[in-house]
Design a protein around this ligand. Structure first.
Ligand code: NDP
Length: 323
């Protein structure tokens, strides 16, 4: 089979398209054939070595796939079942061996590409608005990079909770997408300073929560946009990791809370995984959650996909298609 292999950390050029043996499922594992693999920012952190990996490896956490063969001790799955996962290893490939415990069923009303596109970022949006800072009707949320893969889903789910959404984006085209997803106000943060604009939009009050996937470059703006006792949910590093900060800063900005969550801690049990995946895929099947696929690439062009993602050129989700 073909797979992308990373033999050394580095830029997108280290993503090599190679011929490798089809892996064998061990105890509790399943061999799946990939229909579409999701491209996520975390793949670029693993490629660069910001997140530690053992070399060599095949990148990719997410896919929609068909069960090909089940290993010993696996029940409830059979060849031909359509499944999706968001915490695998090695989905940038034609075949992947994954633990049966991370697989979720894909409902008939969700096509392969939508399933691959929505699972990781949709469950992220789900835990952010329902568990990390449970958004209530009447509250206001600041959502950065709102036209991105996670941003578009997060904006829709925040609106679903009845909250007001102030979105930030880099361009006019992205502003239009954020509005279509339901954002009430959009700040183009490449041209306008965020915190003063947020104060103006909220009569000086500030927002209840800032969902910040951008990290380093928006940290200060997020802190300064919060109302008293608001929460900064810093969940990504698209512009680089947030620098160390003094807790006293939280006092100065109004007794703030900060959390740095990750999806894996919010899908740690099988029950929680099934609940979040079921909700997200169910909304997609019912036409209540729109999934924007901003680009598809043949698997061998994984480097171009990652280049476009980190180059701020994309909107919505990017997918890799095998074969
Ligand atoms: P996006 O599709 O949102 O792409 C990143 C966007 O960030 C860009 O399109 C750009 O939008 C914005 N951005 C701002 N500054 C920069 C910069 N210097 N370089 C690149 N992009 C920049 O990506 P994802 O939705 O896949 O992920 C966003 C972040 O969220 C990542 O850090 C990812 O790891 C994290 N994440 C965290 C999860 C968790 O559980 N903690 C789960 C899922 C994602 P614009 O042009 O509008 O500024």
């Amino acid at each position: 089979m073909h797979a992308i292999r990373i033999e050394q950390h580095g830029g997108p050029e280290v993503l090599a398209y190679r011929q490798v043996p089809v892996p064998e499922p061990a105890q509790g594992q399943v061999l799946v054939r990939i229909l579409a693999a999701g491209v996520n920012f975390i793949d670029t952190y693993q490629r660069e070595g910001l997140y530690q990996m053992t070399l060599p490896f095949t990148p990719g956490l997410e896919a929609c796939a068909v069960v090909e063969r089940v290993g010993p001790g696996v029940s409830g799955l059979k060849p031909g079942d359509r499944v999706a996962y968001a915490s695998g290893r090695g989905s940038y490939a034609e075949y992947n061996v994954v633990d049966a415990a991370i697989l979720v069923p894909v409902p008939a009303g969700v096509d392969d590409r939508a399933a691959a596109a929505v699972l990781l970022q949709g469950m992220t949006a789900h835990y952010l608005v329902h568990s990390t800072f449970p958004l209530q009707r009447g509250q206001t949320a600041l959502i950065h990079a709102a036209a991105g893969g996670t941003g578009l889903l997060l904006t829709q789910l925040a609106k679903r909770c009845g909250a007001r959404v102030i979105a930030t984006v880099g361009t006019d085209e992205k502003a239009q997408l954020a509005r279509q997803a339901g954002a009430d106000d959009v700040i183009i943060y490449t041209r306008e300073e965020v915190a003063p604009a947020v104060r103006k939009l909220t009569d000086g009050e500030g927002v209840h929560v800032a969902y910040d996937s951008v990290g380093k470059s928006t940290w200060e703006a997020s802190l300064s946009s919060l109302r008293r006792r608001g929460m900064l949910v810093t969940f990504g590093n698209a512009s680089g990791p947030v620098q160390p900060f003094a807790p006293l800063e939280l006092m100065k900005h109004g007794s703030l809370y900060v959390t740095r969550p990750t999806l894996f801690d919010y899908t740690a049990t099988r029950a929680e995984l099934l609940e979040r995946a079921g909700a997200v895929l169910g909304w997609v099947a019912a036409g209540e959650l729109a999934v924007r696929i901003g680009g598809t690439y043949p698997m061998e062009r994984a480097a171009d996909a990652q280049r476009d993602l980190t180059g701020r050129k994309t909107t919505g989700k990017l997918l890799l298609l095998p074969g």
